[in-house]
Design a protein around this ligand. Structure first.
Ligand code: ZN
Length: 254
C-alpha cells in the first residue's frame, strides 16, 4: 500500500481521471492527495474525492496563482476545509523562480493561508522555490500549529535541518531519481526516517526512466524504491514508514 502525498489529478494532462485513478490503484497506491492551486482546482479536487475512495485533496492557492487571492477566493478555499476528505491547506508557499512574480502578493496569500490552516486545525503543504530565506522567516513568524510538509524539496541539508527542527516533514518527488540529483540525494541520505514523505507532483516531474512522459501517482513506488536504496532499507519497510508518516501528518487521511 502506497501513498502519493502531493499530486494534481485535476490537471488537464490527466483529464481522463477515471483511467488514471483505476490504473494507480492497480499499482497499489491506495491514497493520493490532489492539491489545489486555486479555489477552482480545489473544488474540483473535492468532487473527485467524492467519487473515488483513494482520492483525498488539499484546498489552497499556489504562489503562482497568488494574484487571484482575494476575499472571495479565500472564502471558497475555506468552505472546503470541513470536507471529510480535505486533509490539508495546500498547496501554498513562495515561488520566485518564474518571471513576473510579486513578492508582496505571494507573501500575503501565504501568510493568510497559514493563519487559515491554524484556525481550521489543518496541516499545510508548502511549495518553496528559490525563496528559502523568506519562506523560513514566514514559517517562524506564522508557525503552522498542525504541522506541514515541504513538498518536492530542492533545498540543502542545512535548510532541511532547520525545517525538521521546526517539526516539518520533507517530501521527495521524481527529482530524487534524476541523474543530476546530487543535492537532493544528500538530503535523502541525511533525513531521519520519521520526517520522510514521498509524492509524484504528477502530472509533472516523471521519475527516471519515465522522464519527459506524463507523470501519474502510479510512479510513486519508483521514488520510494530510490529513497529506500539511498537509505539502505527494504522498499516495503520504507513504504510502511512513509505511509505512517503521512497518516500522522494528515489525520484526515484515514
Ligand atoms: Zn504541486
Amino acid at each position: 500500500m502506497y501513498v502519493d502525498t502531493h499530486c494534481h489529478l485535476i490537471d488537464e494532462k490527466l483529464a481522463d481521471s477515471k483511467s488514471v485513478i483505476q490504473e494507480f490503484e492497480r499499482y497499489g497506491i491506495t491514497k493520493a492527495i490532489t492539491m489545489g492551486c486555486c479555489a477552482d482546482t480545489s473544488e474540483k479536487g473535492a468532487l473527485l474525492s467524492n467519487e473515488y475512495k483513494s482520492v483525498y485533496f488539499g484546498s489552497g492557492v499556489h504562489p503562482s496563482d497568488a494574484y487571484k487571492f482575494n476575499n472571495q477566493e479565500a472564502d471558497r478555499v475555506v468552505a472546503l476545509l470541513s470536507h471529510p476528505k480535505c486533509v490539508a491547506v495546500g498547496e501554498i508557499g513562495l515561488d520566485y523562480y518564474w518571471e513576473g512574480y510579486d513578492k508582496a502578493v505571494q507573501k500575503h496569500a501565504f501568510i493568510t493561508q497559514l493563519e487559515i490552516a491554524n484556525e481550521h486545525k489543518l496541516p499545510v503543504s508548502i511549495h518553496m522555490r528559490d525563496a528559502t530565506a523568506d519562506t523560513l522567516e514566514i514559517l517562524k513568524e506564522h508557525k503552522p500549529i498542525y504541522g506541514g510538509v515541504l513538498h518536492c524539496f530542492a533545498g540543502s541539508v542545512e535548510t532541511a535541518k532547520i525545517l525538521i527542527n521546526m517539526g516539518f516533514y520533507i517530501s521527495f518527488a521524481g527529482t530524487l531519481t534524476f541523474k543530476n540529483a546530487n543535492k537532493v540525494l544528500e538530503v535523502a541520505k541525511f533525513l531521519p526516517d520519521e520526517f520522510c514523505l514521498t509524492e509524484t507532483d504528477s502530472p509533472f516531474l516523471a521519475p527516471h526512466p519515465y522522464r519527459g512522459t506524463v507523470n501519474t501517482p502510479k510512479h510513486v513506488p519508483v521514488i520510494l524504491e530510490k529513497l529506500a536504496q539511498i537509505k539502505g532499507r527494504d522498499m516495503e519497510v520504507m513504504a510502511r514508514v512513509v505511509m505512517q508518516n503521512a497518516l500522522t501528518l494528515f489525520p484526515k487521511l484515514k
